[in-house]
Every structure is written in C-alpha cells, then in structure tokens.
Design a protein around this ligand. Structure first.
Ligand code: DGT
Ligand code: CA
Ligand code: CA
Ligand code: ZN
Length: 578
C-alpha cells in the first residue's frame, strides 16, 4: 500500500463528510484533510511505520491523533475503513474521481447524484453532453460549460501522476531493490529523473547477475498491483498508486548508454544522436560505436557525452531547448542544487491552515538542514484558510520574537505573511502591519477568472506598493488541475525587476509555480527566484527538492535564487528592503 492511496482515502472521507455539514463535521473534515496532507508527504511507507512502532508510531504523524490512528490501523490490517464504507452506503458515488474534475466539489457531486443519478465520471460526461446539467436549479449553461472544460482538462492529464507522488514511489522501489541484495546498481531514469512536473510512467534501470530473480522480486513488491509484461530483461507492472513502472536489467558494461537513452527526453536524444552521426558514430542504448562497429564508450554517461565533444548535460536540462548546442560549446551553466537552498521563505502554521505549531515547524526545518524559515500565514480575506487580521498578526510577531530567543541561533525565524492581493491590487493588511514583516509573500487567492489586462494590472499594482518581497505562486496554476490565470508574465517579471520583488517557485507538488518554461522566460529580466516549499506541515520541507528540480529545468544558476544565501546574508537583504 502506498501512502498516497491512504491519503486519497482520507480526502474522500473528508469530502463525503463535508456534504452534510454541521459544526462538528466541519472539525472532522479539517482533521481528515490535514492528516491526508501529512500522510501523502511521509517519507516512510506507513505500513512500515506501523510494523515498526504500532499505533504509537502512527500518532507521531502530524495531525494524526488517537481516532485517526485507529482508522489507519484498521486500514493497514483489513484494507478497509468502516467509516468510509458507511458513508458510501449513503452516497454510492466515486467521490474522489468526481471531485478531481476542476470546478466540482463534494456538494455539487452529491447534487448531481440526487438529481441525475451521476455516480462516476462516465455518468457525468453523459449528463454534460446531453445538456441535462444546465437545466438543474442552481446550475445553468455556464456551470455546465465549466464542467465540460474540467472534464477535458482531466482527460488531457490522464494517467500522469504529480512528480511529488511519483518520485517517492520510485524511490521506494529503488530502495527495496537495493536492500534485496539482488542488484548492483539501480537508478531512476525517464521523466522522474528529469523532474518533469508530471510523470507518465516510472523507469528504473538496474544491473544484476541474477536478472530473473530481480524480476521476480520486483513483480512481488507490495506496491505492485499486477504484472503487465514480464520478460527476462524488462518487466512492466501496474502500481497500486495508479501508474505503470518499467524495470530494465542492463549489462553493467552498457549501463551509461542505457541510462542516457532511457533518461530521455526523446527529443534530446534525437539531437544527441544527430551529433553522433555527424561524427561518424552510432549511439543507441547499448553504447556509442564507431564506423567499424567498435565500442567507443558505454559505461558512463559522462564518457559518452565527452566522446561526442559535449559536456555532461544535467538530466533536468535534457529537453531539447538549446542545451545540446551549449554542451557542444562547453557552456552548460552550473545550475542550482538542493544544497544551495539555505532557507524557506513560505511556510504555514496552525494559526491559519497549517497542521503544526511554529515550534514543530522550527524543529523540522532544523532537521531539514535549513538555517532559516519565514512563517507566512494567510490573511483575513482567505476565510477557508482562517486568515488572520492585523491584530492577530501583530500578536503573532511577538511569538516569533520569543521563539527566536528560544531557538538561540539554531534557526532564524523571519516574520512574514502570505498577504492576499485583492481585486484592485491592494494588499489585505494595513501597511503598518506589513512593514513589521521581514518577508511578505503577495499572492492571488481569489477571482482567478479576471481578464489578462486586469489580472496583470492587479499584480503589478501590488508589486508597485513596494511592500511585497516575493510574488507567491505567480501564475496560480495547479498541476493536472487549474489552468494558470490569464496573465502577461513578461509585464509581471518586468514589474518584479523594477520593484526588486522575487518571483516564487512554489515547490508544493500540486503547484510547481512558476514552472520550467515560465522560469526560462522570466529569467530574461533581472529578477531573483525564491524556491519555497509552501509547507503546511512538518513533512513538507521535503518538497523543496521538486522546486529545485523546476529551477534546474529552468536553467537557473545559484546566484539567481533568492534563498541561496545564508541566514546572515538573508537577514541583511531583508532588512535593506525595509
Ligand atoms: P513519461 O513517462 O511520459 O513521463 O516520459 P519519459 O520521458 O519517461 O518517457 P518514456 O517512459 O516513454 O521513455 C523513457 C525514455 O526512454 C525517453 O525519455 C526516451 C527513451 N525512449 C523511449 N522510447 C523511445 C523511442 O521510441 N525513441 C527514442 N529516441 N527514445 C525513446
Ligand atoms: Ca517514463
Ligand atoms: Ca517507460
Ligand atoms: Zn498561497
């Protein structure tokens, strides 16, 4: 069982409970949602945690108390949660599937079930196509069109998992294979190695002198639902998490060539093969060969690039966006690494919609080797996140001072806020409150459907106040979910340059905003990029690596990254802006 599956079940329970909202149920809905977030971000498989530490270990998961630990225990032992079964008797609908359609919440799903008997995606498609939805009370043609657009979006992302869901799954399999003692080398290839924001299937390469045993072991892993194809050197399985996974056992001598080939991207490989052909070579997954079919190189990826007169291209750059030319000219930039990230400028705590206290977040940040974090809770307009008002922020700042005393230099906490950018570009708190912050994230959380010129004006107006440090998740897109808002990113980047505002690379796996192509185009301007986790739990600092992945895919060097400086430098930088 993977953590994602349990997280999805908790989300489904929350959605089902939320349909008949009462004051009590509201609390429960939040509890399930928060636990789902934490479980989805756990590094260790939950059944392993349970096997090692039982019920008590489950209660160490942020947001999981006794009641929810009972539910997890029930699930690990029986594969079911009776609470969910009961809810499903009441509403026999595929809630998780239905709410994966943009614009369709739990209450709408139930309304459609009651009125039209919609139980699943197929039913919904039929209802929309036959225009039955528009005539329902409270719906109308516009709602129907939005649902149609949502269905199309879902179709186009079909089968691709978020990077943040695929990587832990891939790492789990790699770690099980390494521990099996059956393999020598084992590595992730494909889009997961290139850190694409979504992954179509996981590709794993291994070397072994017992390939058939490896295939056997692989096919029997708990993460595997069924075997799709099994052969002596390649096995494809369907994982329970909802993705397929290829394992290839490679001859040790051709490991580098295979790694190069199966890392892709396909377009990058086409260009590299053209270079090989120009030099009179042939390149395939077995190696680089000369005219007489004599092997030139195959063991190491770097050697293959070198034999072609190229620099080794970092996997994240292998997208045929000009990197092949740069590699030939030996001009590949030294791109930012996870170790270059010294702190995290965007985190949430219990005071708004986070799961953990500031102290718990601080402890987790220290464990994640960070030197500083900014605590940036939501502001009052964002009611769903329990945003705070001026008074609440000011008293929270006192707590930050106390916490900094207590931490005694082990971690520096910056005072911050994720301040809503309102419709007219003004900010959701008094300037005098905002000026007490070290780090101000300005974010759009409402009215996503504004026309491009208005939305651009709204954001540039906010940046023009001189109060914003970082523009949070600048395009508002959600991976596999919401389209970015209509926005002229050039104008926004230009305004960020003029006002000394950093653009965020929000590393939360469902956001990854800015994305790689946005970063490439915005980096034409003299702006810095802040790689932030947008942590809502102590488990979320691990997301930083996906943000760094995006930064690397956007070719950013360390000096372009806002939070690649140590705590002292950051303190000075923030102070100089005040
Ligand atoms: P995905 O799985 O859709 O997220 O993307 P990738 O890049 O992981 O694609 P995948 O799994 O089909 O193949 C992995 C890599 O193997 C791909 O990036 C390049 C290489 N490859 C696979 N099939 C072909 C092919 O037919 N021609 C070429 N040139 N390369 C291929
Ligand atoms: Ca793949
Ligand atoms: Ca594949
Ligand atoms: Zn936000």
């Amino acid at each position: 069982m993977s953590n994602k599956i349990l997280a999805d079940i908790f989300d489904e329970i929350a959605d089902l409970i939320s349909v008949d909202e009462t004051p009590d149920s509201r609390f429960e809905v939040r509890a399930y949602k928060k636990a789902a977030l934490a479980i989805g971000a756990l590094q260790e498989p939950i059944e392993q945690m349970y096997a090692a530490g039982g019920h008590d270990a489950l209660m160490t998961i942020p947001g999981v108390g006794k009641g929810l630990a009972d539910k997890i225990e029930e699930y690990v032992n029986t594969g079911k949660i009776s609470r969910l079964e009961k809810l499903k008797l009441k509403y026999p609908i595929q809630m998780a599937d239905l709410t994966s359609v943009q614009g369709l919440g739990p209450k709408t799903a139930v309304a459609l079930y009651r009125a039209l008997g919609v139980r699943n995606i197929e039913d919904l498609k039929k209802a929309v196509q036959s225009h039955k939805v528009r005539d329902l009370p409270g719906f109308g043609a516009k709602r129907e069109e939005l649902l149609e657009a949502g269905l199309q979006m879902r179709e186009s992302s079909k089968g691709r998992l978020l990077l943040g869901d695929a990587v832990p799954e891939a790492e789990g399999i790699v770690s099980a294979l390494s521990k099996s003692g059956l393999v020598d080398k084992v590595l992730i290839a494909g889009s997961a190695r290139r850190m694409r924001d979504t992954v179509g299937d996981i590709d794993i390469l291994a070397t072994s002198n017992a390939p058939s045993k490896v295939m056997d072991f692989f096919a029997k892993l708990p993460a595997v639902e069924r075997i799709i194809v099994s052969g002596p050197t390649k096995t494809t399985v369907w994982l329970k998490v909802g993705l397929s996974c290829d394992l290839r056992v490679i001859e040790p001598d051709s490991f580098g060539a295979a790694l190069q080939y199966f890392t892709g991207s396909k377009d990058h490989n086409v260009q590299v093969r053209q270079i090989a052909v120009k030099k009179g070579y042939k390149l395939n997954e077995y190696g680089l060969f000369d005219k007489k079919d004599k092997l030139v190189s195959s063991k190491d990826e770097a050697d293959i690039y070198e034999a072609l007169g190229m620099q080794l291209v970092p996997p994240e750059m292998r997208e045929a966006r000009g990197e092949v030319k740069l590699a030939l000219e030996h001009k590949i930039p030294t791109i930012v690494e996870l170790d270059d990230i010294f702190g995290d400028m965007h985190t949430h705590t219990k005071e708004t919609d986070g799961t953990n206290t500031m102290e718990e977040m601080a402890t987790a940040a220290i464990k994640a080797h960070l030197q500083y974090i900014a605590v940036t809770n939501h502001t009052k307009s964002l009611k769903v996140a329990h945003g705070m008002n001026d008074k609440q922020f000011i008293s929270f700042f006192k707590k930050v001072d106390e916490m900094n005393e207590k931490l005694d230099g082990k971690l520096r906490i910056f005072k911050g806020g994720e301040v809503d950018i309102l419709k007219d570009g003004s900010l959701d708190l008094q300037p005098s409150t905002i000026r007490q912050m070290d780090c101000v994230i300005g974010s759009v959380h409402s009215l996503f459907k504004m026309p491009e010129t208005e939305m651009t004006k709204r954001i540039t107006t906010a940046l023009g106040t001189g109060l914003v440090t970082i523009l949070g998740h600048p395009t508002g897109r959600e991976v596999n979910g919401r389209e970015p808002y209509q926005l002229n990113l050039d104008k926004v980047a230009e305004s960020a340059e003029d006002n000394g505002v950093a653009l965020e690379i929000d590393a939360f796996p469902g956001r990854l905003d800015l994305n790689d192509t946005n970063i490439m185009s915005a980096s034409k301007y003299k702006v810095k990029f802040s790689v932030d986790s947008d942590s809502h739990s102590t488990m979320h600092f691990g997301f930083l690596k996906y943000g760094v992945g995006m930064a690397r895919r956007g070719w950013l060097t360390k000096d372009r990254v806002f939070n690649s400086v140590d705590a002292r430098r950051m303190e000075k930088m923030l102070a100089s802006r005040k």
